[in-house]
Write a protein that binds this ligand. Structure first.
Ligand SMILES: NC(=O)C1=CN([C@@H]2O[C@H](COP(=O)(O)OP(=O)(O)OC[C@H]3O[C@@H](n4cnc5c(N)ncnc54)[C@H](OP(=O)(O)O)[C@@H]3O)[C@@H](O)[C@H]2O)C=CC1
Ligand SMILES: O=C(O)[C@@H]1CCC=N1
Length: 255
């Protein structure tokens, strides 16, 4: 499987990292905007191939991870074979827009998230796509290597993309605030961060593996008259749930 990546920013790099954990790095071809030191040192670490132009001929799949504003222009300047499957993560760019440039190619649009770098992503993918069933299946197989694929009707991709794609930043702020509180109470920064991150990791894993609703899991932690319920009431007093709801609705609409 020969895979290309157009755009080597944060998302491109995360996808490169996830892919090189699962595929031969020799079979991964990357075109960043410029061949800069960051890209060169990433290549030294991971061993993929750097392209100096947009000729992606001979590839099975091309990931598009450019900013929306540059995507259509840079695709117009890109060579791919007719059988190359395009997987676009460019926010706001539709399969139809890409099809105007590559009418014969299958196109799958996704909203990935940064944990694809460690093969633990959550990837929104539209069910109805501009791809043949075989290509859709290929996309699914590749994306499963990067994390959990959530295939939903086109109308729901935006909200899945917002919660999954933007969510890591919200959780990062949560972990940072937890670590700050631990440091405030005397813990060293490194241990504080490890405690916060492993707690978030375990809580997510428990919810996924058991299928138990978050509120029911919360009830398992809040011992009667105990410390947790005091903290939960404190979160309610400070509008924690409302703040999260507000943040998701602020972010939603562009994914
Ligand atoms: N970051 C995330 O978590 C997610 C991002 N996305 C989407 O992924 C896309 C990229 O986002 P992100 O990685 O965060 O943004 P970044 O700004 O980190 O990366 C974009 C990269 O694209 C490069 N680029 C710009 N123009 C071209 C071009 N013509 N050819 C090749 N490369 C080019 C930029 O290079 P240079 O800086 O040198 O101009 C930059 O390295 C966006 O469409 C975004 O919506 C989707 C889901 C999640
Ligand atoms: O912030 C953004 O625009 C991109 C899309 C989802 C996550 N990051």
């Amino acid at each position: 499987m020969k895979i290309g990546i157009l755009g080597a920013g944060h998302m491109g790099t995360a996808i490169i990292r996830g892919l090189t954990n699962r595929y031969q790095s020799n079979d991964i071809f990357v075109k960043g905007h410029h061949v800069n030191d960051t890209l060169k040192s990433l290549q030294q670490e991971l061993g993929f191939q750097i392209l100096t132009n947009n000729d992606f001929s001979g590839l099975d799949v091309l990931f598009v991870t450019t900013p929306a504003s540059a995507t259509l222009t840079s695709l117009k300047d890109t060579q791919i074979d007719e059988q190359t499957l395009l997987i676009s993560a460019a926010q706001g760019i539709t399969p139809e827009q890409i099809k105007t440039i590559f009418p014969k190619n299958s196109v799958v649009c996704i909203v990935p998230n940064i944990p694809v770098a460690v093969n633990a992503g959550c990837i929104a993918m539209t069910k109805a796509s501009a791809a043949t069933p075989e290509d859709q299946q290929t996309a699914n197989q590749i994306l499963k290597n990067l994390g959990t694929v959530i295939a939903v009707p086109a109308d729901n991709v935006g909200i899945v993309g917002t919660v999954a794609g933007c969510g890591p930043a919200f959780v990062d702020i949560f972990m940072s605030a937890l670590a700050d509180a631990a440091v405030q109470n005397g813990l060293d920064r490194q241990t504080a961060t490890k405690v916060a991150a492993s707690m978030v990791y375990g809580s997510g894993k428990l919810a996924l593996q058991t299928g138990t609703a978050p509120d029911a899991l919360k009830d398992q932690v809040t011992s009667p008259g105990g410390s947790t319920i005091k903290g939960v009431v404190g979160l309610d007093e400070k509008g924690f749930r409302a703040a999260i709801n507000y943040a998701v609705n602020q972010a939603n609409g562009t994914n």
